[in-house]
Design a protein. Structure first.
Length: 517
């Protein structure tokens, strides 16, 4: 007997994602206090460089390994599963070693022209060992996803975060470095230490005799046909890696372009940096809150759909796709409503800046577009349409860049040009992906049941939060209770309403948590 694998795996990953993000949030708060404003700024500069480097090896290749493993696993072709893992690791390690050499040989260039701080040379050297470690961990995690065994990957994610936190905070407290350069380097070393901790967990799980996977069998493999397997991995990985690199470089371009165009619009240097920080640094991370759920869905969708496609089970693909889209709607619609109506209080609570809430209100609708885009991109990747999703992404990002360049520089528009561009680009990417998906699958989304009912339930949720908040304030309840209890009550109201309106049925909930052969 085993649990419904697709939903059960998603729940496990959602819990792991939530725990990792919560730990990460606490870690960032403590680290900010220990390093100070300048220190945390320097740390993020190094971390951004690290993200650009590892994108090459830890985005497309792991997805390719996950897809191909799932295709082979469903046919019980254990030898090909092992060969896929071997080729994926060999390819990833080769690229990561080359990147290590390039990084080491160009430290002075990176310090002078990219991070522009001579305090970061030692920190840049400290992240070099993390490059092959992250590559290995990403590929092995994806191999487990292909086997439909998410527990090792979830355990490794939590272990990675815990090791990083314990390593950095304990060394900072024990050594109490006085100079900022050493403190930032210790924080950077924490990246390597955390990734190594997660990798050790993955290796342990990979070699566990109790693990019923191809790695636990005695079947060996040979390298015959390795060139075709390598080509298949590259053909899947390249467009996905390209899209991810574009995303990272877009973030880098925004860091330079948005403040510059704001200054053209008449903002002072200080105003432009402050406004950019409020929108991109404070508001944007909140928009990706539903990704705690959608990223777990996507990680499961890609190998599941890839395996179902191999067996030509189109009905199963459509059912899982619709289920994932429904879950995304049920999560993103109420969050969008909360951001729209309570943007000010949220930003006041998190950042002590209620004025930032207006940006969150403007961008609230994009939560729905981004969630649906993320899910549909995962479905298309599972169907082998990664080139199509990359093209759609490039079109959307190009529109955003055009809006930034031309609209932000207009004095009457200013930072709203960035917001306008983000809204339209998010919608365009979603629209292009849904059009593409309808060419390959018959997606049966019911407008009233899957859109109107969650919207109606969200409206009642908002009303209940407002009324209960007023009540608690009227009886002079502590402000924490006046915020937390109404929010909890609103969540209960929303859950009850989506069941009563038929957005999700009780038998569906029972099915999700049921046991089946």
């Amino acid at each position: 007997m085993k649990k419904n694998s697709f939903i059960y795996s998603t729940i496990i990953l959602v819990i792991a994602n939530f725990l990792v993000r919560f730990l990460g949030f606490v870690y960032k708060v403590v680290l900010s206090r220990l390093l100070g404003s300048e220190g945390i700024g320097l740390y993020h500069l190094v971390f951004h460089v690290f993200l650009v480097i590892v994108t090459v090896t830890s985005s497309g290749i792991p997805i390719a390994v996950s897809k191909i493993t799932a295709q082979k696993m469903i046919k019980n072709d254990y030898k090909s599963c092992k060969k896929t893992l071997f080729i994926g690791i060999t390819t990833g390690l080769t690229l990561s070693i080359l990147l290590c050499i390039l990084t080491y040989n160009n430290i002075e260039f990176l310090v002078k022209y990219l991070v522009k701080s001579d305090k970061l040379s030692s920190s840049l050297l400290a992240i070099i060992p993390a490059i092959p470690i992250v590559t290995l961990a990403s590929i092995i995690r994806s191999y487990f996803y292909g086997l439909k065994n998410v527990m090792p990957a979830a355990s490794a994610q939590v272990a990675e975060q815990l090791v990083r936190i314990i390593f950095v905070l304990s060394i900072l407290y024990i050594l109490e470095p006085k100079d900022l350069k050493s403190s930032v380097m210790i924080a950077t070393l924490g990246i390597t230490a955390g990734e190594l901790g997660g990798l050790i967990v993955l290796f342990f799980k990979l070699n566990s005799r109790s693990l019923k996977t191809p790695m636990g069998t005695n079947s060996g493999f040979n390298l015959a046909g390795s060139s075709s397997s390598l080509f298949k991995i590259i053909s899947i990985a390249f467009p996905i890696t390209l899209a991810k690199l574009v995303s990272v470089f877009m973030q880098s371009a925004n860091m330079v372009l948005v403040p510059h165009r704001l200054q053209v619009a008449g903002y002072s240097v200080e105003q432009s940096v402050k406004t950019f920080g409020e929108v991109v640094g404070m508001t944007m991370p909140l928009l990706f809150l539903p990704f705690i759920v959608t990223s777990a869905l996507v990680v499961n969708l890609i190998p599941n759909i890839s395996a179902e496609k191999t067996m030509m089970r189109s009905t199963s693909i459509e059912l899982k796709s619709v289920l994932a889209l429904r879950i995304a709607l049920l999560i993103s619609i109420p969050i969008a409503f909360i951001f729209f109506f309570f943007g000010g209080p949220i930003c006041s609570f998190l950042y002590a800046k209620p004025s930032v809430g207006i940006y969150l209100r403007y961008l609230s609708l994009t939560v729905i577009f981004l969630s649906l885009y993320h899910i549909i991109a995962g479905i298309l990747h599972g169907l082998g349409k990664q080139v199509l999703t990359t093209v759609n992404y490039l079109i959307g990002m190009s529109l955003h860049l055009v809006c930034i360049y031309y609209l932000v520089s207009i004095p009457k528009i200013g930072i709203n040009g960035f917001i306008i561009g983000f809204i339209f680009s998010s919608f365009l990417m979603f629209l292009l992906n849904i059009i593409a998906l309808n060419r390959f699958l018959d997606i049966n989304i019911k407008f009233i049941k899957h859109f109107i009912n969650p919207i109606f339930s969200s409206v009642l949720m908002i009303i209940s939060i407002i009324l209960s908040n007023r009540y608690f304030l009227s009886i002079n309840a502590p402000i924490q209770l006046a915020v937390l209890l109404p929010t909890f009550l609103g969540g209960i109201v929303y859950l009850v309403m989506i069941i009563l309106t038929g957005s999700i049925k009780t038998k569906t909930i029972k099915y999700i948590f049921s046991l089946k052969k």
